[in-house]
Unconditional design. Structure first.
Length: 207
């Protein structure tokens, strides 16, 4: 087994959390390098693309969250071996990455009125569209999982996005948006949250 070091911000969520979950669920040992936000400016030049997460494998770093998710999923048994099912898995992860990219730009807005307008436009536009898109794709894949008829890293990525929407931590984004527009994604969220491996990870975070 390679020596692994995953570098991401020190909170439970975001682009690094899928790999953390996958490694934990697969029993894969890794160094969980959590960067406080206050240290990010100093650490940023160390990264390949000026962004995190970054995964080091035997000392060799690579970036881009979905590439890291695929690697983590393969090590942990949470990524399909069948090529078509792997493509379905990637489809869902890339969809969440598309809409996450639209959100990132709003975090740097200082003016509260401007941020409110941007977040409302996000909720009414990309969030609404991608909730409906992913809802339809979940139905097309059988209604329970996004690929391979079982939990994969795609399900973890969608789970974390829905959790973020419903958390109340996104100012000016209605917490019931997913419940109103994509109830099957909320059911999917609850299904993933109830998974033994996911529960064990978050129970361990509380201890």
């Amino acid at each position: 087994m390679p020596t692994l070091k995953l570098t991401y911000f020190d909170f439970h969520g975001g682009r690094g959390e899928v790999a953390r979950l996958a490694f934990s669920m697969g029993g894969i040992e890794f160094e969980d390098d959590r960067i406080p936000f206050s240290q990010w400016a100093d650490r940023k030049p160390e990264t390949p693309f000026g962004a995190i997460p970054v995964l080091e494998v035997d000392g060799q770093p690579f970036a881009q969250s979905n590439g890291i998710n695929r690697y983590a999923g393969k090590l942990s048994g949470l990524y399909p071996e069948d090529l078509l099912q792997a493509a379905f898995c990637d489809e869902a992860m890339d969809a969440v990455e598309d809409v996450a990219a639209a959100l990132v730009g709003t975090f740097s807005i200082k003016d509260e009125d401007e941020k409110k307008a941007a977040r409302q436009a996000l909720a009414d536009g990309p969030f609404t569209n991608y909730l409906r898109f992913l809802s339809a794709r979940l139905d097309a894949r059988g209604g329970e999982w996004f690929a391979d008829g079982r939990l994969t890293v795609a399900d973890l990525k969608v789970f974390l996005w829905i959790r973020h929407i419903r958390s109340g931590n996104l100012e000016h984004v209605p917490t019931d948006l997913a419940d109103r527009l994509a109830p099957n994604l909320v059911q999917h969220f609850e299904r993933v949250a109830a998974h033994e491996g996911v529960k064990a990870y978050y129970d361990g975070c509380k201890s």
